[in-house]
Design a protein around this ligand. Structure first.
Ligand code: IDP
Length: 137
């Protein structure tokens, strides 16, 4: 079993998509190691997205991700990182296939509903950034 990190971003929470997205993950067969509604601080957001520092969209990205509650998730399953990324779809919703979360629910790159770690290494880094050890079941 592999663990990965996912987040329902502020636009997803505001639009009432928590249930839809959690249901998709459950029906697929993922199990949950942790689920937490949270308001992310600027400091944590900057750590999460440090690879994008200096890019034209960086400031807006930090403002958006800290603009409202997010749902933080640690999910587990076989090849969880890859399988979750497949379910999420392409970063740009215009390129995301129907049937993927972004393909079905998002229109804009800057408001693309969900985040999923892109490698096992990122998953570990992001899980440690958002969760204490005792929060993981
Ligand atoms: P990912 O979320 O699919 O892993 P990343 O390249 O890590 O994609 O980008 C992180 C987030 O930054 C994206 O989900 C998206 O919200 C935002 N982003 C990435 N590139 C752009 C862009 O060119 N314009 C606006 N927002 C962007």
């Amino acid at each position: 079993m592999e663990k990965t990190f996912m987040m329902i971003k502020p636009d997803g929470v505001k639009r009432g998509l928590i249930g839809e997205i959690v249901k998709r993950l459950e029906v697929k067969g993922f199990t949950f190691s942790a689920l937490k509604l949270s308001l992310i601080s600027k400091e944590i957001a900057q750590k999460h997205y440090e690879e994008h520092l200096g890019k034209p969209f960086y400031k807006d990205l930090i403002e958006y991700i800290t603009s409202g509650p997010v749902l933080l998730m640690v999910i587990q399953g076989h090849n969880a990182v890859l399988e979750a990324r497949k379910m999420i779809g392409a970063t740009n919703p215009n390129d995301a296939m129907p049937g993927t979360i972004r393909g079905d629910y998002a229109w804009e790159m800057s408001q693309n509903v969900v985040h999923g770690a892109d490698s096992a290494q990122s998953a570990l880094r992001e899980i440690n950034l958002y969760f204490e050890r005792h929060e993981l079941i």
